[in-house]
Write a protein that binds this ligand. Structure first.
Ligand SMILES: [Zn+2]
Ligand SMILES: [Zn+2]
Length: 289
């Protein structure tokens, strides 16, 4: 029992380190991260697992799950169930993340949206791991740490991108702005679950799950790297055209002359201040865009 808890902690903290080390220029306070991991994970995993159980009971799929016979279900039944699980889990993870970070003053750069969404989802996966490892033991925990944990983290980076855009381009964090990102993550999640249910957790299912995990983790690390370029705390402005590191107040690249452009900001040509994409005048000098 204690061994299982220790294993879940070790697995979670290794993944947390992989995420958190990317928050390089203005790291989030550790207490925020720990809070999101525990509170976010708990608040999202309880309602979504209740909904999963409720849905399985109503549809009569519960027996197939308890007895590991999901592969005997029809394809359309399996597809319906996978879609339900995918949407249900991605929805609760994202809504809880939005509610927890909406008023956070540390949420001050686009990269934070990825750090927050991935941390809450890691918490979610860790709570799931406790339940599964209680049944399947330490080998189940190791398998899940290499498949479903990175799956949950990677999928979170998709709606984390939506959160970053909603906050820094549209100006506020709204579920309606993020919904299409949640839908994309939910459909990928459903495809993953469908394959797992269909192959009924054989060796091939592990190979497919591992492939999903690698692709999604690579995707999220790549997004974090791109968002780091837009970080206002980086100390330099890297030119997208030639890669030259210009001082922070640069409007045109000092080497190639390109205008500095950002995913999330507009730079004032008068004073070099960063403004939101939707701003119609500079917040520092008042120049109209
Ligand atoms: Zn340049
Ligand atoms: Zn200005």
């Amino acid at each position: 029992m204690l061994f299982i808890y220790a294993g879940v902690f070790v697995s979670a903290f290794i993944w947390l380190w992989i995420i958190y080390r990317n928050d390089r220029y203005e790291p989030e306070p550790l207490k925020v991260i720990i809070y999101l991991l525990f509170a976010g994970g708990l608040l999202s995993s309880i309602p979504s697992s209740l909904c999963n159980v409720l849905f399985a009971e109503i549809t009569g799929f519960m027996d197939s799950f308890i007895n590991n016979k999901t592969h005997l279900l029809g394809n359309s039944e399996l597809a319906v169930f996978s879609l339900f699980v995918g949407f249900n889990e991605e929805f609760f993870k994202s809504i809880v993340t939005i509610l927890l970070v909406r008023k956070l003053k540390d949420f001050n750069e686009p990269l934070d949206a990825l750090i927050y969404s991935m941390t809450v989802s890691l918490g979610f996966a860790a709570y799931e791991n406790i339940q599964y490892a209680m049944m399947g033991g330490i080998s189940t925990l190791i398998l899940r740490s290499l498949t479903s944990v990175p799956l949950h983290i990677g999928l979170a980076s998709i709606w984390g991108m939506g959160m970053a855009r909603s906050k820094f381009i549209n100006g506020n964090l709204k579920l309606s702005n993020i919904f299409k990102y949640i839908a994309v993550a939910a459909v990928i999640h459903a495809v993953y679950d469908f394959i797992q249910f269909k192959l009924n957790f054989e060796l091939l299912s592990f190979a497919v799950a591992f492939m999903f995990a690698v692709v999604l983790i690579k995707f999220s690390l790549w997004r974090m790297k791109i968002y780091l370029y837009d970080s206002p705390f980086v100390g330099v402005l890297r030119c997208r055209n030639c890669g030259y590191d210009n001082p922070l107040n640069t409007v045109k690249c000092e080497r190639c002359g390109e205008y500095m452009t950002f995913r999330f900001y507009k730079i004032c040509i008068e004073c070099g201040t960063r403004n939101g994409k939707t701003a119609d005048r500079c917040c520092e000098c008042g120049k109209a865009f």
